[in-house]
Design a protein around this ligand. Structure first.
Ligand SMILES: [Zn+2]
Length: 86
């Protein structure tokens, strides 16, 4: 993973949502396979309009974002602001 090394680079890098997403996926799913945080299934689909994933299993909270299950979950601040801060 090519994580940016300086704050300036981080701000530019994470200003791109796709980069944020890739970074979070690398962080949470080192093998690159996105899994449902509720049931652990990898049968999920990405909803581009929603910028969220949806699990095919029938359970509550089938839709999830990359922030689910992290400290960022309840934060109103977008990943593009959070990640450079980290
Ligand atoms: Zn699920």
């Amino acid at each position: 993973m090519n994580a940016p090394r300086t704050l300036r680079a981080a701000l530019v890098y994470f200003n791109d949502f796709e980069n944020c997403q890739r970074f979070m996926i690398d962080l949470r799913w080192p093998d690159g396979v996105v899994r449902c945080p509720t049931c652990g299934s990898d049968k999920v689909t990405y909803l581009a309009d929603d910028k969220r994933w949806k699990c095919y299993a029938k359970h509550p909270r089938a839709k999830f974002s990359l922030k689910v299950g992290t400290v960022l979950e309840d934060s109103p601040i977008g990943l593009e602001k959070w990640l450079p801060a980290m």
